[in-house]
Design a protein around this ligand. Structure first.
Ligand code: KG4
Ligand code: ZN
Length: 362
């Protein structure tokens, strides 16, 4: 068995993987060739369902996955023009995520493996966000033949993690949030400001007309310098909102300066993420920084991080952001991660359980 070279643009032999992702509130399936070519990527979003609760409702998410999984799989296969016989493996997110959601994708994957006698490859969802950079135009190639070591900043609704990537499958978790994830803080702040769900895009939208310097949200002190905490900032936003009349019976006082609060919050989150990311990147002399997860769609974060890394002395550090359709959850990224795992010989048994608290490197 030959392992594909560095950034995996040269598969040992053509490899086609059907990938499934159901860790949170998107039911997704994709067919990916050689860890790079996305033959199809279908994402059934549950946003409309969860909007009424202002966040993901786990029991509802699980049941919505059950309804969506078979049609999504059928569409992914037919849009790819792929036959079941042409598949080399089935990949699925085994964790981290909501247990009841993960179970649906994992069981679907097992069923296909059983029926078609295909190998099963369980993938860590966060690894998927990292490998989104290997897809399509493969932004990773900008780092040259050997892109390692890399620093990955994963910022989503469930995660805020700094991961040192020394090679394929070789991860060290350097920092993580001790409470809310960055995206979760966005979602909660959006709710306080009477904006919709998901909060990130809504906050970003209103922040455009706001003054980011009007409010200063101080940062909590943490035991470990590379960890994050967002719950204090979220509470600070709540107090500022209350100072201007706050929310009564679900109605926000017209005196609340929504745009200025949103802009100041967005600026604080970006500044904080950038500062820690740059410190870890420099300390480890990384060749590049990869950003992934829903919050990596945020324009202010993109601008601040690109500026900081680009002006770094004596040498700038390259920062890569996935295209917007690969920032949020999808199955194509699971297929890319699975490709490298497959060629490392990773195979899971059909009694594989879901791992809701799975860590990178486990
Ligand atoms: O990666 P993702 O689709 O799902 C998880 O694995 O959690 O991330 C969703 C999160 C949500 O919290 C959403 O509010 C946030 O990403 N998000 C954003 C933006 N777009 C999505 N946050 C800030 N700015 C955005 N433009
Ligand atoms: Zn995600």
């Amino acid at each position: 068995m030959t392992i594909p070279s560095e950034h995996g643009l040269h598969a040992a032999q053509p490899t086609r993987i059907l990938a499934i992702e159901t860790s949170c509130d998107e039911t997704a399936a994709a067919v990916v060739d050689d860890g790079r070519h996305v033959r199809s990527s279908v994402v059934a979003s549950q946003i409309a369902l969860h909007q009424q609760y202002g966040g993901v409702f786990p029991e509802m998410a699980s049941r919505a996955h059950i309804e969506a999984i078979a049609p999504v799989l059928q569409r992914a296969m037919s849009e790819a023009g792929a036959s079941w016989e042409s598949l080399n493996a089935v990949a699925v997110t085994k964790g981290p995520g909501l247990p009841g959601s993960l179970v649906v994708g994992v069981n679907a994957a097992k069923g296909i493996c059983l029926a078609r006698d295909l190998p099963l490859v369980g993938v860590n969802h966060l690894e998927g966000h990292i490998y989104s950079h290997w897809l399509g135009d493969a932004p990773i190639t900008r780092l040259g033949e050997d892109p390692f070591p890399l620093l990955a900043l994963i910022v989503s609704g469930g995660h805020t993690e700094l991961v040192l990537v020394r090679g394929h499958g070789d991860y060290e978790l350097v920092g993580h949030t001790v409470d809310d994830a960055a995206g979760e803080a966005y979602d909660k702040v959006a709710r306080m400001l009477g904006l919709g769900y998901p909060g990130g895009p809504a906050v970003e939208q209103v922040a455009r007309s706001g003054n980011p310097a009007r409010f200063k949200f101080s940062r909590p002190r943490l035991d470990k310098p590379y960890n994050f905490s967002f719950s204090g900032t979220k509470t600070a936003v709540l107090y500022v909102t209350r100072r201007f009349g706050g929310m009564t019976d679900g109605k926000l006082s017209p005196r609340v300066p929504v745009a200025d609060i949103a802009a100041s919050f967005q600026e604080s989150v970006a500044e904080w993420l950038v500062e820690k990311t740059m410190r870890v990147a420099e300390l480890n002399n990384v060749k590049g920084i990869l950003v992934g997860g829903g919050v990596s769609a945020n324009r202010v974060l993109r601008e601040r991080l690109s500026a900081a890394a680009g002006s770094r002395q004596p040498q700038p550090i390259t920062v890569l952001f996935p295209p917007l359709w690969l920032c949020t959850d999808n199955a194509a990224m699971i297929g890319a991660a699975a490709h490298f795992a497959y060629w490392r010989g990773v195979r899971d048994d059909l009694d594989m359980d879901v791992r809701p608290d799975l860590k990178l490197g486990d």
